[in-house]
Design a protein around this ligand. Structure first.
Ligand code: GLU
Length: 293
């Protein structure tokens, strides 16, 4: 095991998607990132992942910042709101499109489920895309576009992986850090995502694309996030290579589970930080409860 080094001052971030109140799981993630930034003498940034502006209204983002401040977390201003940076994502999308890695897909969820040839799913549990639109003719695409039908843009995974292989003899690796900052190399397996959606039908980007663009724009050197996003890192590494973006180091931390052993969800309203605060919990109580005291 080795110690990983980065050029320049480390920068870390907490990047919530505020489609509900922050709960104890968010507190754990934010505090782990904040404390690692302090240990490393680095910067700590906050990014609001609100590409879905219907589900992530501004008042929930503001409530999230109030919760973080209450926990004793300090961050550098300005907070980056993804909803203010669609132009950055469009630029990355155009680059991927110009390189021939994206194609439009008009299929509905039901059509995809019906066409799925195997029971195989991607790491989010969605059926692996059966390729319905992968080789559609320009005429067919134009006909659907002219009818104003909504479409997503998908990554042609096989093509992207071929391009990466032809560029370098190295397979895709990322550097994973444990809690003591010991580093090891992990082989990424983006193929398990299949032809993943990079531009959604309802918003002109996606979680995966926005995250890699923003981590680069914000100069993030260490990504700290939950183990639930471990598989996403495989895909993020591929997108970084395709877009020539730097590779941050990754620390995937433990997850809090509820009484039934399931990951705490945002719907777990009884662990929301505002409710616990109203019940008289202190930031120290939160830390003790999540095993950080
Ligand atoms: N916005 C994501 C979430 O709340 C986290 C993104 C990340 O840390 O990469 O699950």
């Amino acid at each position: 095991m080795t110690r990983a080094v980065v050029a320049g001052r480390p920068a870390l971030r907490f990047a919530p998607s505020p489609n509900g109140a922050l709960h104890l799981g968010h507190a754990l993630s934010a505090l782990i990132g904040f404390e690692m930034s302090r240990r490393l003498g680095g910067r700590f940034l906050v990014r609001v992942e609100d590409i879905d502006q219907v589900r992530c209204p501004r008042h929930l983002a503001e409530a999230a910042l109030t919760d973080l401040g209450w926990l004793g977390i300090a961050w550098e201003e300005p907070v980056r709101y993804q909803s203010a940076h669609f132009a950055d994502y469009a630029e990355a999308i155009h680059r991927l499109e110009a390189m021939g890695f994206l194609y439009p897909c008009f299929a509905t969820r039901a059509e995809i489920a019906a066409a799925a040839r195997t029971a195989e799913t991607d790491p989010d549990g969605a059926p692996l895309y059966p390729g319905i639109w992968r080789h559609a003719s320009a005429r067919r695409i134009a006909a659907h576009k002219s009818r104003g039908e909504p479409f997503a843009l998908r990554l042609d995974m096989a093509r992207a992986l071929d391009a990466v292989r032809s560029r370098s003899t190295d397979p895709l690796f990322f550097t994973a850090l444990d809690a003591d900052l010991h580093a090891r190399s992990v082989l990424a397996d983006p193929a398990r995502w299949g032809d993943v959606v990079l531009v959604r039908k309802d918003t002109p980007t996606s979680y995966h694309l926005s995250v890699v663009v923003d981590d680069a724009r914000q100069g993030i050197t260490h990504v700290t996030r939950g183990l639930d996003l471990l598989a996403a890192t495989d895909l993020h590494r591929l997108l970084q290579v395709l877009l020539d973006l730097p590779a941050p180091l990754y620390h995937h931390h433990r997850l809090l589970t509820d009484d039934t052993g399931r990951k705490l969800a945002k719907s777990a309203g009884d662990t929301s930080l505002d409710r616990l605060r109203a019940q008289g919990w202190s930031p120290g109580d939160v830390r003790r409860h999540i095993g950080l005291a």
